[in-house]
Design a protein around this ligand. Structure first.
Ligand SMILES: [Zn+2]
Length: 121
């Protein structure tokens, strides 16, 4: 499955006790199809002291949640949406965009490749 959620995205939680909450994606764990979302799924964890970095103690940190439990909040129409990927040829570039399946706007460019155009004889 192509990873359609990226670090920095704003997502809304679809299921569980935090349904409806919105947060920024801090990390994507691709192998597990999980994401870490700021302020979501907080768990208490006892962390050791790291000198000059942090004190030991109990911290609340975000535990990863499955990517199927969140949906991208479209930056264009501001609605929760599924993400599509489309390939467009623009000038001499093959460009892949993520797009919003609600408003059909491109969200961002994810890949770009220059197409070599051979001159015809
Ligand atoms: Zn949209």
């Amino acid at each position: 499955m192509a990873n359609k959620i990226k670090k920095g995205d704003t997502v809304v939680v679809l299921r569980g006790k935090e349904k409806g909450k919105v947060g920024e994606v801090l990390r994507v764990i691709r192998e597990e199809n999980r994401v870490v979302v700021k302020g979501i799924n907080l768990v208490k964890k006892h962390l050791r002291e790291i000198p000059n970095v942090r004190e030991g103690g109990i911290y609340e940190i975000e535990a990863p949640i499955h990517v199927s439990n969140v949906m991208l909040l479209c930056p264009k129409c501001e609605k929760p949406t599924r993400v599509g990927i489309r390939t467009v040829i623009e000038k001499d570039n093959l460009r892949k965009y993520r797009f919003c399946k609600k408003c059909n706007e491109n969200i961002d460019l994810i890949r770009e490749k220059v197409i070599k155009v051979r001159a015809e004889r």
